[in-house]
Ligand binder design. Structure first.
Ligand SMILES: Nc1ncnc2c1ncn2[C@@H]1O[C@H](COP(=O)(O)OP(=O)(O)OP(=O)(O)O)[C@@H](O)[C@H]1O
Length: 277
């Protein structure tokens, strides 16, 4: 199964082949793997993963989403795929495809009832994530977006050790950005030698519906200083808005314009940082 040839990191890899823990599926050819991470839960990681995938797809790239948030998978619902099931043969698991041809694998596609909790020990969860990398027939992808579990625990570590991540996008809300919550996550990526492409500050402001003025709810003054001292780029700020909140209602196409306006610059920034690598 292990094959450097099918590894997205093969061109810039400095790993000792004997010590590398990453197994690659030779049937897959995935050019870039982007992890979307947050210091804690509920800050918009899944919504942002889905929107980045959609924008990349719109730009013509072949895109997949690996939902590594095993105990709280929300990607299927956000893409209108919550009633779908994945199929398999003796060798592979086949991803489910969204209407706009994004390939998705999530634990929700493998369990009977999405309302049942996944009561698994850490090792089982980690194994599921590893299998989503090794056993899923992703085929050829330009970008695989990984919706990481929140925080810096066991599964985040499994993802970083077992999947050749090209870069991480850190999602934060304003109050957390200059706190130890984000610093911990950033320090984890440093220890694992994985590049942070930048930070997305979600729920950063609201837009006045009458005058379109940006209203910042949190008066943090240290953000720029924090970014500079951590040598991190702000990929973008997102408002608290109903168009993001209602993503799971799947009338994405109707409010396409505002979402596209919000996410296009973020994706452009992400791609230019990736190119610099
Ligand atoms: N910018 C935003 N404006 C309004 N609502 C938002 C915004 N971003 C996220 N939300 C809402 O916040 C909730 C949490 O979002 P989401 O599930 O994307 O976060 P998460 O970090 O992936 O959560 P978890 O850690 O549980 O996986 C959802 O109800 C989502 O609709």
């Amino acid at each position: 199964m292990s094959s450097c040839n099918s590894c997205p990191s093969k061109d810039g890899c400095s790993k000792d082949n004997q010590k590398c823990m990453i197994e690659n599926n030779p049937m897959n050819n995935i050019k870039n793997v982007i992890g979307v991470m947050s210091g804690k839960g509920g800050v918009g990681k899944s919504s942002i993963s889905v929107m980045i995938a959609k924008q990349l797809r719109k730009a013509g790239y072949k895109v997949g989403i690996l939902d590594a948030d095993i105990t709280g998978p929300s990607v299927p619902r956000l893409l209108g795929l919550k009633d779908k099931k994945a199929t398999s043969n003796e060798q592979f698991l086949f991803p489910v495809e969204s209407e706009d041809n994004i390939k998705v694998m999530s634990l929700n596609f493998l369990i009977e009832d999405e309302n049942e909790p996944v009561i698994w020990r850490g090792a089982m969860i980690s194994n599921a994530v590893k299998q989503f990398w090794t056993d899923v027939l992703w085929g050829e992808l330009d970008y695989l977006i990984i919706d990481m579990p929140p925080g810096t625990g066991d599964v985040a570590l499994t993802v970083m050790q077992n999947i050749p991540i090209s870069g991480i996008i850190m999602v934060s809300i304003p109050q957390d950005l200059v706190s130890m919550i984000v610093s911990k996550a950033i320090n984890m990526t440093k220890k694992m030698d994985i590049k942070v492409l930048g930070i997305i500050e979600n729920m950063s402001y609201i837009l006045c519906p009458d005058c379109n003025k940006k209203i910042k709810l949190f008066n943090g003054e240290n953000v720029e200083q924090f970014l500079e001292s951590s040598n991190l780029k702000l990929l973008g700020e997102l408002p608290m808005t109903s168009s993001i909140c209602n993503l799971s209602n799947n009338n994405y196409e109707n409010k396409n314009d505002s979402l596209e306006e919000l996410f296009n610059p973020i994706v452009d920034n992400m791609l230019s940082v990736l190119k610099e690598n």
